[in-house]
Write a protein that binds this ligand. Structure first.
Ligand SMILES: [Zn+2]
Length: 486
């Protein structure tokens, strides 16, 4: 366990990120390059993400199912754009059971080509629609450059797959799930995102339209946090999924798919973390409160532990995820340091003198210094006050994320050179005009390493819509969100 401090964010954000993943015991490297081991503390965060999202998926009518890990290579080849998009990064099994397979098997990079042949059997008539499925699974994409949580060869995710009778219903579903992601990111992650549609160049392979939530990380780079695709009839045609309509005709079904992954943990780290370590929003913190008892003698220890245990019990009864750190192998200072690094929102310190005064000391992780950081609080009613305090911390984190996003956004670019000097000095979200030309989008990418993240939804657009393309200075057809991205 590293005892020295982390590289400050301002000095080398990327080094800070890699160190915090190790220091907060979120993940480890494995024997296979690019694959990560999610350690228990990191996995607990994932479980909380899963629990929150799963409830929202069920509330919107979806059911969980599980489809196989492998698909025949020929199935992936059936949707032309899809295979072109995914073939370069697939892992293929050619041998199994000690012999060469007649047909190689692909380890799923995503499951459209696994699920659609099955849906062809399930769907016969409009009465069978809609089909609203979700799967919690792992997928494999053979990435050349990997980073824990942000881009790994194997990762955990959920993938929603739905089938509908009409174009409009599929569009509504794709939009609905984008909204679910946004609500989750707001309310659970404290992550203020911009939603919008991807340009044709950045669409999911095989989609008609791709929507995304884009989040701004503390280093000014964008992170695509979730995507929702309206797949049109592309997969239904590729896998021949037809249904009988209400009027007795035959038509191909309309479909969507949508997903978020363990990348969300990377988003949490880079949105809220600071030079001391991780900062977790209460709703996703494995421990929302840690109690650190302080003693010098055995007699003191017995008294302090007695009160600390009672407090732990009370907090548990209030529905708070609480940890009493009674380890005798670590001194209080080492415990403070460890839980601070792991981002626990609230710490309660209790020593013999606190007990005599009928109080405990409450320390907020978010506040690093000043008089708001520590407060002596009476033991009576302490546990009752904690849930409200956690809610307050949760909403202040969303506020802070929103304020950072706004402070790092600019909307009035006069020229391409203007965009260049801004993005090189203080990268962030650039809302600027775009002519719709692929050439301009590509030039920004090659030249300034900025990509069009999304065509932002109405509520994120500028009051004064830009009239010129920021790259070629021709009239713009739309406003785009340009940024450097992970
Ligand atoms: Zn242009």
């Amino acid at each position: 366990m590293a005892k020295q401090g982390l590289t400050p964010q301002g000095e080398d954000f990327s080094a800070w990120y890699n160190e915090i993943v190790q220091a907060a015991e979120l993940a480890s490297h494995s024997q296979v390059r690019g694959c990560m081991v999610v350690r228990p503390y990191g996995y607990r965060i994932w479980e909380l993400i899963q629990a929150g999202l799963d409830r929202m998926f069920k509330d919107t009518g979806h059911e969980n199912a599980y489809f196989p890990l492998f698909l025949p290579k020929s199935a992936l080849d059936r949707e032309a754009d899809h295979v072109e998009g995914f073939a370069p990064e697939t892992a293929v099994v050619t041998h199994a059971g000690g012999r060469e397979l007649e047909e190689p098997l692909v380890v799923r990079p995503t499951s459209e080509a696994i699920i659609w042949p099955i849906l062809a059997d399930w769907i016969q008539s409009y009465r069978d629609l809609p089909v609203l499925l979700n799967q919690w699974a792992n997928v494999v994409r053979w990435e050349l450059r990997t980073r824990p949580f942000l881009r790994t060869t194997e990762f955990l995710w959920q993938e929603g797959h739905t089938a509908h009778a009409t174009d409009e219903e599929a569009e509504e579903e794709a939009r609905r799930m984008l909204g679910v992601y946004r609500t989750f990111m707001d309310e659970h992650m404290g992550l203020a995102v911009v939603t919008g549609e991807k340009t044709p160049d950045e669409r999911f392979a095989g989609a008609k339209r791709t929507y995304a939530t884009e989040a701004l990380m503390k280093d000014g780079k964008a992170l695509q946090a979730g995507t929702s695709h309206h797949l049109g009839q592309n997969f239904a045609r590729a896998f021949d999924v037809q249904f009988q309509t209400e009027h007795g005709e035959h038509d191909y079904v309309w479909s969507t798919s949508w997903g978020v992954s363990t990348r969300l943990i990377g988003a949490l780290i880079m949105t809220h973390g600071d030079d001391q370590g991780l900062v977790l929003p209460p709703r996703l913190a494995p421990f929302q409160v840690v109690i650190v008892p302080i003693w010098k003698s055995d007699e003191e220890r017995a008294r302090v532990m007695d009160t600390a245990c009672r407090l732990e019990l009370e907090l548990g009864e209030m529905g708070v995820r609480v940890k009493l750190d009674g380890r005798e192998t670590h001194n209080p200072g080492a415990k403070f340091y460890e839980w601070e690094r792991k981002g626990v929102p609230l710490r309660i310190e209790i020593g013999p003198r606190d007990i005599e005064a009928g109080q405990a000391v409450l320390v907020r992780r978010l506040v690093l210094e000043g008089q708001d950081r520590k407060a002596a609080t009476g033991l009576d009613g302490l546990s009752e006050s904690v849930p409200a305090l956690l809610d307050e911390i949760q909403s202040s984190m969303l506020e802070a994320s929103r304020a950072r996003r706004e402070a790092s956004s600019r909307r009035d670019f006069g020229s391409y050179e203007d965009l260049r000097s801004w993005i090189e000095e203080s990268p962030g979200f650039a809302f600027a005009g775009w002519c719709g030309g692929v050439e301009c989008a590509r030039r920004g990418k090659e030249d300034l390493k900025v990509t069009i993240r999304v065509i932002p939804d109405e509520e994120f657009r500028s009051d004064d819509v830009p009239t010129r393309c920021v790259v070629c200075d021709q009239p713009s057809t739309t406003e785009a969100l340009w940024a450097r991205a992970y």
